[in-house]
Design a protein around this ligand. Sequence first.
Ligand SMILES: Nc1nc2c(ncn2[C@@H]2O[C@H](COP(=O)(O)OP(=O)(O)OP(=O)(O)O)[C@@H](O)[C@H]2O)c(=O)[nH]1
Length: 206
Amino acid sequence: MPPTVGVVLAGGLSRRMGGQDKVLLAFEGLTLLEYVAQRLAPQCESLIVNANGEPRRFGTLPFPVVTDSVAGHLGPLAGILTALEWTQAHRPGVEWVVSVPADTPFVPSDLVGRLHEARGESRHTLACASSGEQLHFAVGLWPISLRQDLREMLVKSDIRSIRDWAKRHGYAEASWHTEPRDPFFNINTPDDWVTAKVLLQQERRR
Ligand SMILES: Nc1nc2c(ncn2[C@@H]2O[C@H](COP(=O)(O)OP(=O)(O)OP(=O)(O)O)[C@@H](O)[C@H]2O)c(=O)[nH]1
């Protein structure tokens, strides 16, 4: 598997969580952000956390916290761009970045390998994860060769969705089952938070 930098996307505003910063909520004795980072880190050459604005709110982390390299809340694409540019500057020879949102606690342990596999078996330069019928564009494999293309698009156009950018280039799809639970279940609301705790207990019992 080619060396790959992992980025945990944590630049969101948590509006649907009712004013709490969801990535700082306690999960298995860690914050949700730490929990997701720990699941992804073993699969990557190195890992960074992407923030938007004040990085100190995350406390002390064993990973670099890198703030968006373009100003404004431009969404998760800005986090992917930041990770591509960071990798180019700090990890010479590494050509790939895998992104995972910080609100996705059950991210699978074979994520990075399967994304590379799907891309390698296709004619595409990108790969995204899917489960059931749903594509999860924020969970993807991105080449650093596209960083300039992404920067120009973010700065010069009003395209903000990862899906629109991925569609412009074409992407392979790596699929996971949704049973016994969706590995890409993500937490947006207080109800999702309750569901995530139930899913965690079920996972422990298996
Ligand atoms: N770097 C960066 N990441 C973002 C930004 N906005 C959202 N994200 C990330 O994109 C992913 C999906 O975000 P959402 O869950 O849709 O948005 P959110 O802001 O976290 O939550 P809501 O405010 O409730 O929509 C999460 O990992 C966010 O951290 C941004 O402006 N910059």
